[in-house]
Design a binder for this molecule. Structure first.
Ligand code: ATP
Ligand code: MG
Length: 575
């Protein structure tokens, strides 16, 4: 491709709405453009990278024995009603109607669709296991689309579904996909970790996320250096030793006016926040009716909303932090003095188990400007005990060793789920086993964020001057820059090399533009083509400059040497 012809609208300025490097660079290098919030177009260079990422997915899925299909993005409401997710998927689902008022959604994922597609035709154990996949556009009306294609409302996903006879088969399929995912992300040159995830809206009870490490990632992971423990912050188990000593004392009301924080209160009462029972109050509108949901946790720790909402059996989109009004109704006091004793109205109180073993807690008195000392579980308050409601912190105990947990950030690029029989049960997908008995199919589902991977790669592979594409996903492998195309000798040599490398099957860009060399070099750095040849003054002696985008060190080479060099780089990479 000639740069004089390539549609590559680069930007000199950093777009003001782009907060992170990948978003800025994808816009600046002319790879993507915004359509409307969270919905992007891919321009020629960007789409070439997308196709390479798709191809990597395709090859590894095929190798893993999965077969490619292509299902529609439009899905009828009925199958989502059968699975129960029409009601529970929430506002992320884009819904639409046809002219006869029949309801549909634009698929946010395809568990229902794949299951209903195969359930009537797969009837015998002889047809299992089966694994199908597609690379297709997904729609999710995200609450906060941001970071360009990282959290978009329309995005490309590779999604695969496995169907097995039993749990053991499902576990084997899961492992095959796990291995394939490692190959996929290795080939994209991503630095990633695999962590345990929360299964959320997919259901099932075992899932793992593939997290590309990045300081700008929205995901937080907790991991140990002393064991294999690694989990998302939503999932990470918090082990907390508590002081169970002491003897139960009488409840005592203390006047605590104008004390706003737990720290100030601890100082005032000459105790520590660890001795507090902290109330975190939400309200849910799950069934159209208001219900107050309360978490009671140790005063020095934060609530993990995912664990809490899972315990309460509610979806995050049905829940919000309680208003001051709700708190006043519940406690009869101003916010800041809430405690678990003598609450009013319709509520459920969830207690972190650790508090049930501690003695003489400090809690709010449900009376403005007052707290209570010596509150004790069962004697003074009761509720639903949950083993662990806490958000993991740096330095928490590693559940698998004597070490500690560290926190890191990253971008979730892939997610694999063991679904068990959740969908086959709901959608009536059974098969006849060897003895002619009906059995439920065990399923798994597996997603790779194709368009999100594009951004994750840029996030990990760039410098101040632009993108540095890894060879396997680079839009072109080689760029030949002719310093002065008006110079016949330079031009001829540039054209000759362009033709030869292109004929050899390499993907080559030729910068034949009548621009200043400085402009060409800047663009070349920005768009990040891994290998570069500069044809300049020494063209008459058949000598050109070679450099890589990453190192940017120029080396003068004769044209025979340059051929070998380029072949070595490209062929070695594709082995
Ligand atoms: P997240 O927690 O980031 O919202 P998710 O758990 O909802 O992701 P899955 O339903 O597992 O995501 O989808 C599979 C993959 O699709 C994810 O691992 C991610 O790479 C990608 N993906 C999910 N949501 C988006 C989005 N809004 N924009 C781009 N890619 C996405
Ligand atoms: Mg999501």
């Amino acid at each position: 491709m000639r740069l004089s012809k390539l549609y590559m609208p680069t930007l000199r300025e950093v777009p003001s709405d782009a907060e992170i490097p990948s978003h800025q660079l994808l816009l600046r290098a002319g790879l993507i453009r915004l359509n409307v919030s969270g919905i992007y177009s891919y321009l020629p260079l960007g789409y070439r990278v997308i196709r390479k990422i798709e191809q990597i997915n395709r090859e590894e899925m095929d190798r893993a024995g999965s077969q490619e299909c292509n299902l529609s993005a439009v899905q009828a409401k009925e199958m989502w009603e059968e699975s129960g997710r029409w009601a529970t998927f929430g506002p992320e689902m884009f819904k639409l109607q046809d002219r006869n008022a029949r309801e549909f959604c634009l698929g946010p994922t395809h568990e229902e669709y794949f299951t209903t597609l195969v359930r009537d035709e797969v009837r015998s154990y002889k047809q299992l296991p089966l694994s199908l996949y597609q690379i297709q556009t997904k729609y999710r009306d995200e609450k906060r689309p941001r970071f360009g294609v990282i959290r978009a409302r329309e995005f490309i996903m590779k999604d695969a579904y496995s169907f097995d006879k039993d749990r053991k088969g499902m576990e084997e399929s899961y492992q095959i996909m796990w291995d394939a995912y490692e190959k996929i992300f290795d080939r994209m040159d991503l630095d990633y970790t695999v962590v345990q995830g929360d299964s959320g809206a997919m259901g099932g009870n075992n899932s793992h996320e593939f997290i590309a490490l990045s300081q700008y990632g929205e995901g937080v992971i907790a991991y140990s250096r002393d064991s294999k423990y690694a989990a998302t912050d939503e999932k990470a188990q918090v082990i907390l030793d508590v002081d169970e000593s002491g003897t139960i004392a009488d409840l005592e009301e203390v006047h605590t006016p104008n004390i706003k924080t737990i720290e100030d209160l601890a100082a005032f009462l000459e105790t520590s926040p660890e001795k507090f029972g902290k109330m975190v109050i939400y309200e849910s509108f799950a069934n159209g009716e208001k219900e107050v949901l309360i978490a009671l946790i140790p005063g020095h720790r934060q609530l993990n909303e995912t664990k809490f909402f899972n315990a309460a059996g509610v979806n995050d989109f049905d829940v919000q932090v309680a208003t001051d009004e709700t708190i006043k109704e519940l406690t009869g006091a101003e916010p800041g003095f809430s405690g678990p004793i003598a609450l009013k109205g319709r509520y459920r109180l969830f207690i972190d188990e650790r508090l049930t073993r501690m003695k003489n807690l400090v809690v709010g008195a449900n009376k403005t400007d007052y707290h209570l000392k010596n509150a004790n579980y069962k004697r003074d308050f009761d509720g639903i005990v949950v083993e662990d409601l806490l958000l993991v912190e740096e330095g928490d105990k590693d559940p698998l060793s004597d070490g500690v947990l560290h926190l890191d950030r990253g971008i979730e690029v892939g997610n694999i789920f063991q679904l068990g029989t959740k969908y086959s049960k709901a959608l009536g997908f059974t098969y006849l086993d060897e003895d002619g008995k009906d059995q439920e199919v065990y399923m798994g589902s597996y997603g790779v964020g194709v368009s999100r991977s594009l951004a994750a790669i840029v996030e990990q592979h760039h410098d101040d001057d632009g993108i540095i594409w890894p060879m396997e996903v680079a839009p072109y492998q080689l760029i030949i820059t002719i310093i002065n195309p008006k110079d016949q000798v330079q031009n001829d040599l540039g054209e000759k090399l362009y033709k030869e490398f292109t004929d050899q099957g390499f993907e080559v860009l030729l910068d034949d533009r009548k621009e200043r060399p400085g402009v060409k070099f800047k663009d070349r750095d920005l768009i990040g083509i891994p290998l570069r040849i500069t044809v300049g003054k020494m063209a008459g002696e058949n000598v050109v400059e070679f450099s890589t985008r990453r190192e940017k060190v120029n080396e003068n080479l004769n044209i025979d040497q340059i051929k070998e060099k380029i072949e070595n780089f490209i062929i070695a990479k594709s082995l």
